[in-house]
Design a protein around this ligand. Structure first.
Ligand code: FRU
Length: 467
């Protein structure tokens, strides 16, 4: 479709869809969500020229995984986000089946995007190009075309470039599938962003002690924090265990020691990054003051996503809150970014037995709880947080079968920090040692209630809407 026709079709879809999405009581008040249509991965997260930019995978036409464009928001404070002109749409031969995920960089003062041009063929096969686009004076992006063709030895599943600069050179990690159908992360190197050399595989299924670790690794991100190097990745096809890797696809990380020359990554086992029902494809960036921030998609591909009731209002999925990362002994910790505290209303405090605690309005709630085990939080009769001696069990009814389903975080719990929006909760355990992110869809806005014999100390705030 010619770009003008495509753009005007998108504008029409937005004008028609936006009022309907806004009528939905499940629409978030302070998390990012699409104005209409389906949103998935965060892309191009960057602090550039004094503002944060966050791009996202977006199908403006409906709630299916098709027609992927890059939507674009920007913000000065990580709270109030403004819409920017549509950044990318699939209007070239090399990206005709989707402008897939990627990252943003500052190329000598020019905001530059690196993304995957996805091309599907009639026989079911596909190819992928890693492409560049640079911001123009109108705030949109001018495509520069492909800079990395499909590398030899891999199937058409090669995507999601994360690019960064180190000691005067550019580096890229790419998610890939090799010819033996094993998921891999590739490292590439360039001096000018235009010409790239494949350095090799730095991690994947069959490497570094990871046997049978999936058939495709998506959305890699590599960074160093407090002496350790972390590789975030989404290894599709990792086998579910009794209490781990229970989502259709997990979001995980490896931590270890990375060397550029010669390139090598010595790492430990795969850890889940967030053990809630919905979390995938996170991306990180650095702030001007050196903090490593992360935002993730509060969704999972191919699970029960097509059952979510927001589809009736023409929109699907939201982002997580922005989180700040820290590291201790090779382990990643996530905490809500401190800027979010500006949304807090009046502070409240309560102490006593859980069974006597007052019910709280669950929507737009921030709650910090200290207690002992054997306590249950019931959120709008739809989601249950069970605090046991062995950890947290999160219970939710399947949207498909109505049966209870469970997710787990295992370990001694001292503290829970919950952030709720209209249809989501993010549970930070022990100051970020674990996180569980989940959507939930109450029929009516409902309360959060407490049950159990334990004593608890609660601090809580109602959060202001900012979307
Ligand atoms: C992850 C993902 C990426 C791809 C994008 C397409 O959710 O499948 O690998 O680039 O979504 O929307």
């Amino acid at each position: 479709m010619p770009s003008d026709t495509l753009l005007s079709a998108i504008l029409q879809a937005v004008m028609k869809g936006q009022p309907k999405a806004r009528e939905d009581s499940h629409y978030p008040r302070w998390h990012l969500a699409p104005v209409t249509g389906l949103m998935n991965d965060p892309n191009g997260f960057i602090h550039f020229a004094g503002r944060y930019h966050l791009f996202y995978q977006w199908n403006p036409f409906g709630c299916q995984h098709k027609h992927k464009c890059w939507g674009h928001w920007s913000s000065a404070d990580l709270l109030h986000w403004q819409h920017e002109p549509l950044a990318l749409m699939p209007d070239e031969d090399y990206d005709r089946d989707g402008c897939y995920s990627g990252s943003a960089i500052d190329d000598g003062g020019k905001l530059t995007l690196c993304y995957t041009g996805n091309v599907k063929f009639a026989d079911g096969s596909r190819t992928a190009w890693q492409c560049l686009a640079v911001q123009n004076d109108a705030g949109g992006f001018t495509k520069l075309g492909p800079v990395v063709p499909l590398p030899q030895g891999y199937t058409g599943h090669v995507r999601d470039p994360k690019v960064w600069r180190h000691e005067g050179r550019w580096y890229m990690v790419l998610g890939a599938q090799d010819q033996a159908l094993r998921g891999k992360v590739l490292l590439l190197q360039s001096d000018d962003l235009r010409h790239w050399t494949l350095v090799g595989e730095i991690a994947g299924s069959g490497l570094g002690g990871l046997e049978e670790a999936g058939y495709m690794w998506e959305c890699p991100d590599l960074f160093t924090l407090d002496e350790a190097t972390f590789l975030l990745c989404c290894p599709q096809g990792v086998k579910a265990q009794a209490t781990r890797f229970l989502n259709t696809y997990p979001s995980a990380y490896l931590s270890g020691e990375f060397h550029y020359d010669p390139a090598s990554f010595q790492h430990g086992p795969l850890h889940e990054l967030d053990t809630g029902f919905e979390f995938y494809a996170p991306q990180t960036t650095l702030t001007a003051d050196g903090r490593r921030l992360l935002v993730g998609w509060m969704g999972v591909p191919d699970g029960e996503e097509m059952r979510q009731p927001t589809i009736a209002f023409g929109w699907l999925h939201q982002m997580t809150c922005v989180r700040e990362l820290s590291a201790r002994r090779g382990k990643l910790y996530q905490q809500p970014v401190s800027e979010l505290q500006a949304l807090r209303g009046e502070a409240h405090e309560w102490q006593g037995r859980a069974n006597d605690a007052p019910a709280l309005a669950a929507q737009n709630l921030e709650l910090i709880l200290e207690s002992e085990e054997e306590l249950t939080l019931n959120i709008a009769d739809t989601l249950r947080v069970e605090w046991h001696a062995t950890g947290i069990r999160l219970a939710r009814r399947s949207l498909e079968s109505g049966d209870w389903q469970y997710r787990y975080w295992q370990g001694k719990v001292q503290k829970l920090h919950l952030l709720c929006d209209s249809s989501s909760v993010e549970i930070f355990i022990n100051d970020g040692e674990g996180v569980m992110s989940s959507r939930y869809f109450p029929e009516h806005p409902g309360p959060l209630t407490f049950a159990g014999p334990s004593r608890l100390h609660a601090r809580y705030w109602s959060l202001r809407s900012c979307m």
